[in-house]
Design a protein around this ligand. Structure first.
Ligand code: SIN
Length: 557
């Protein structure tokens, strides 16, 4: 027997349980009831996998201005400077909150000139940063932050955390043909265990669904990263920006069983050097690409590796950190050390075989500094959003920072409009929100279609829309995705929806947005490299590539 459909009400519906979503939940819980839904378990998110840490100016030798300049430079100056200043400037206050909540960032003994003996934060270095400014918890920074956030949310009376609940679609007034500006009313949500779609109505909805690395064959992301927030927001008539800027992390472990396990940039921060094998020798190559060599920003490093691999025909390059002792490496990188060892590589004695993999979506739902989208009562925060902080390429360890700052800003914004947005906004006597109806849909007859389409998308995205693009490849990808999308839509409307089908539909939609944005940007800048336009043409580059669903009219919002 299928379970009963339910209709739930809350003040805040938060979709996604990563660092952004849970930080927002804790803050929103001071104002009202909070429902956090997550499609698997709360820990299954990209935040949990973050190794490097959070960039924040902590040292008297460092300055906010220097962090701002590093961010702008890494972003190829396509970042929105005011946003960069606001987010970077807010970092110390937000970090203090995390520390108060109980996050244990790694510290080290610091004896100053006046003889005082303290335990100061151990600040890491990463690519593109001109100073050591990465707060970390060993090499499991994300896991440590998530440990604290999950415990705090579970202990809070105003927060309900529902695991294995997957958002199907946003409910918006525009789609119900209501008068007035488009506003978000809640979401339809699939309870994965019972396959029942519930209706959740909420005063505010906060999208915190993370990125879309699963659109590519090789990714450092967990399986949940299918881009649902971006796809749902697009369908609800939000603007989507800068999807051509997909970041490839240069160093994932090259091993058939390692599943693109990330080797943190912090390894290069501690002196790791990228090398290529020539005969029996390991030879450095990054020094011929950039003055910052192995610590250049990620777009430069990933592209250089791609070029070296294509030139040499080798399957991987190597990260050499053998200058450090086993004792140091085991202490600084306990998790990476153990994982490499498990796959037959002792990083104290062997160079680590590495390849690039899709890592971070610099584009997303277009928002302002408060996470406000163009739909009333809908916010987007974290990787799902495009604030303008990252520009054409994200600076390492700026993402967890953006997540906590934007969670704070979005809830503060909602505080200001909380009383204007009473529950009446989700009621309309003449056209009520109807529950999800499955119509004549039947059980899917051929699930193989889902898995086949899934594999095909990920492969051609890797081959045609990856680190190195050409217009012809992008056009090929466009033709393929168009056909696949048609097939998926047919499946979606004729058969009962499943968790896999929802993910596939969203991922295909996001893949198409990446292709469309890449075709639209006819230049090479930051993470977007098109060999048909190898250099920017000297004109000022457009800061944003904006997509929206046909039927979008700015004056309606
Ligand atoms: C890493 O540890 O290299 C990842 C950090 C990030 O993506 O910012």
């Amino acid at each position: 027997m299928p379970a009963e459909q339910q209709r739930l009400n809350c003040d805040y519906l938060i979709i996604g349980s990563g660092c952004a979503g849970l930080t927002a939940a804790l803050k929103a819980a001071e104002l009202g009831s909070v429902l956090v839904i997550t499609k698997k378990t709360a820990v299954e998110c990209s935040s949990s996998w973050a190794q490097g840490g959070i960039a924040c100016v902590m040292d008297s030798d460092d300055s906010i201005e220097s962090h701002v300049q590093d961010t702008l430079k890494a972003g190829a100056y396509l970042c929105k400077e005011d946003v960069v200043r606001r987010i970077v400037g807010a970092a110390p206050a937000r970090i203090e909150e995390l520390v108060e909540l109980g996050v244990n960032f790694t510290r080290q003994r610091d004896i100053s000139e006046d003889g005082s003996d303290t335990m100061a934060f151990d600040l890491g270095a990463e690519g593109g940063h001109s100073r050591r400014r990465i707060l970390h918890a060993g090499d499991i920074s994300g896991r440590e932050i998530m440990r604290v956030l999950i415990a705090a949310c579970q202990a809070h009376d105003n927060i309900t955390l529902l695991e294995n609940y997957q958002a199907v679609d946003l409910i918006s007034s525009r789609r119900l043909d209501w008068d007035g500006p488009n506003r978000c009313l809640g979401a339809f949500v699939l309870e994965r265990r019972t396959k029942t779609v519930h209706t959740i109505l909420s005063r505010f909805v906060i999208l915190a669904t993370g990125g879309a690395g699963k659109a590519y064959l090789y990714t450092s992301n967990p399986d949940v990263a299918c881009g649902e927030g971006i796809a749902m927001a697009y369908r609800a008539y939000c603007e989507i920006a800068n999807m051509e800027f997909y970041q490839f992390h240069p160093t994932c472990l090259y091993h058939p069983m390692a599943g693109s396990y990330l080797i943190s940039e912090a390894v290069r921060g501690e002196g790791g050097v990228l090398k290529i094998k020539r005969g029996k020798e390991y030879v450095e190559f990054m020094d011929s690409y950039d003055s910052q060599a192995s610590l250049a920003p990620r777009d430069i490093v990933a592209r250089a590796i791609d070029r070296e691999l294509k030139k040499s025909g080798q399957p991987c390059v190597y990260l050499d950190i053998r200058q450090h002792s086993e004792e140091f490496l085991r202490k600084r990188f306990p998790n990476i050390y153990a994982t490499c060892e498990q796959f037959g590589c002792n990083m104290a004695t062997d160079p680590i075989p590495v390849v690039p993999a899709a890592h971070y979506c610099c584009g997303g739902v277009r928002v302002d500094i408060d996470g406000v989208t163009c739909i009333e009562n809908l916010y987007a925060i974290g990787e799902v959003a495009c604030t303008g902080l990252h520009g054409a390429n994200r600076l390492a360890s700026n993402s967890l920072l953006e997540a906590i700052v934007m969670a704070h800003n979005a809830v503060e914004h909602s505080r200001g409009v909380f009383n204007d947005t009473d529950r009446r906004h989700i009621e309309n006597g003449s056209r009520p929100v109807l529950d999800w109806s499955k119509g004549d849909a039947t059980d899917p007859d051929e699930l193989i279609v889902i898995y086949h389409n899934w594999d095909e998308i990920r492969r051609f995205m890797w081959d045609y829309v990856g680190i190195f693009r050409t217009t012809k490849r992008l056009q090929r990808a466009k033709t393929r995705i168009r056909n696949i999308r048609k097939e998926i839509e047919h499946f979606y409307w004729d058969f009962l929806i499943t968790a896999d089908l929802i993910e596939l539909r969203n991922m295909a939609s996001v893949a198409e947005m990446i292709i469309d944005s890449a075709l639209a940007r006819q230049e090479s800048i930051g993470l977007h490299y098109n060999a048909d336009y190898p250099v920017a043409d000297g004109k000022l580059s457009e800061k944003e590539t904006i997509l929206h669903r046909p039927g979008f009219h700015r004056e309606l919002y």
